[in-house]
Design a binder for this molecule. Sequence first.
Ligand code: GLA
Length: 633
Amino acid sequence: MKLLALALATSLTTAQAQQPLAPTSRWQHQPVGSAPTPPMGWSSWNAFRVDITEQKVLDSARVIVDSGLAGAGYRSINVDDGWWLKRRTSDGRLQVRTGLFPSAALRDEAGGDKGSSLRPFTDKIHAMGLKAGIYTDIGRNACSQAYDADSPNLPEGTHAEREVGLMGFVKQDVALFFGEWNFDYLKVDGCGLSSYGRDRPHVASGQYREVKPSIVEGNVNQSDVPGTQALYAGLKQALHEVRPNGDYVLSVCLWGTVNVRSWGQDYGTMWRTSRDIANTFSQMVHNFDTVATREFYAGPGRWNDPDMLEIGNGDFDGSHLLEARTHLGLWAITAAPLMIGTDLSKAAPALIDILKAPEVVAINQDPAGHQGVIAYADSDRQILVKTLADGRKAVLLFNRTGAPARFTLTAEHLKMDAAAPIALRDAWARADAGTFTGQREFQLQPREALLFTATGKHLLPRGYFVSERPGNVYVARDGIRAPEQDPVGYRSLASWATTDNGGTRPAYAGWGGPRADSTPYEQALSVQRQAFRHGIGVLADSRLQVQVAPGSQRFVARVGVDDSTRGKTAAVSFEVWGDGRRLAATAPMKFNQAARELGADLRGVKLIELIARQHGADIVGPIVVTWGEARIE
Ligand code: GLA
């Protein structure tokens, strides 16, 4: 049976590679590990960097349990970089720095050194009712060895002994982490592939072996996408062998580089979309921006990761509760993993209350797993709306600026009927916040984010817009010819960037991917001057899989080449497939032709595939198409 499934999967994969637009009639996303809702927990990195000890980790774990944070869902206790001493060359087994993790020291009866094991540590964590996470690197060496060169806690010994990363040891290390040591969560970094070029001081000095970088930050063209994918595929396979029941989380940490924002969902449970967060408001916003436009790439079992929380640190410490709330609100509305990154033994009770806020966490953990969609955005203000499993909407109003800002929230933002009352509930205050009809004004303080749930009458008398349920969509083919840098990941902000070196330029590929209620390039949807407030914007040569809610009757959209298209000469036909059958299609359409209505009977259909097929080449550029008002009724 397994073999048959494997053979089927392989033949499907081959067919897809040859004919990427061919419908497969089955949901193609195969989850890696298991995280039906965004992973939650605590990690040592933002709190301690490489200055960790077992005691510090256990102290925060104790607070997690005693303060009720575990009860709120924060259960994974993750040890980040800094735990290792060396790789024992006689058998390749990783050794723990037992000076920092005393319970890891193994002794024979005479008290002699028998190596080390983190099993006593994970046993303690598990006995507290928690889960345990560990950290490694996909290359030979880790990030700390490149960036924390002065730390006394770096691996020691010969070159080979200091090569503590997975390269060449994937199966052995994964068996050690998950089989013997019984960890539940693995974060796999990528510095071994990016930071050991010959020009780096730690390599030039002969301290570490050179690895020609296959990941070049800020330059996807110079990065080896298939090579990186192949390494993570090997890791995925090794995990599957040790934990065939899928009971683990794999956190892919490639900082938004090497086009991971597009393929992370196929290789990890979660994947970082940006560089490391820092405890400054501007860096936090930068990281948020790198997930905010990726709504179609996340869903149950697959999560965009803007990095661990900084609540408790710097701009988000006990004297900045407003900023702390904003930070958590942004992570909640985007269904981001919630990993606390502060020393909880020192955290102010008010911060713990913020982290625990039940109605805020519930928005993040909503079982439907939809990421919030941008309903309004300018440089200063954003409104994001997240569809919840019970039909309510969560809505976040975010003032990015240092001055007070005025917002008008409309029924349309919420895709609700403007003539019917809409009841708001304040997720922070856990209190009803009044009812409005049509629209309501808000005045926000600098850096404030308000977070509500909204109950009202849906704009559609029955059914929903596809763009409201992005977690039900899998981007089987995005139509992007060659990865492009996303200019929405603005320049900057990196702690090492200064005005005399030009700042850091946009560093994340993924520009041109499908968007909810927007074109792939952040324009309003419009076909022959007919504007669509709701719909999907995508490039031609694309195939989107959409799960259909049970009992649905019909799919309807108004389709055409978008007015913002770059390529204006080639034609595009639109097809709707249901469970592998062609249900409806248009003739080829060109720029400046009126949108056509495309309807399909969905009775009994579980999965539809929306294909925009391009006819002929267009030398000017990609063709932007619009599935206007695409809805399932
Ligand atoms: C990288 C990661 C961080 C952290 C450090 C550890 O920078 O992005 O999250 O794990 O490495 O050295």
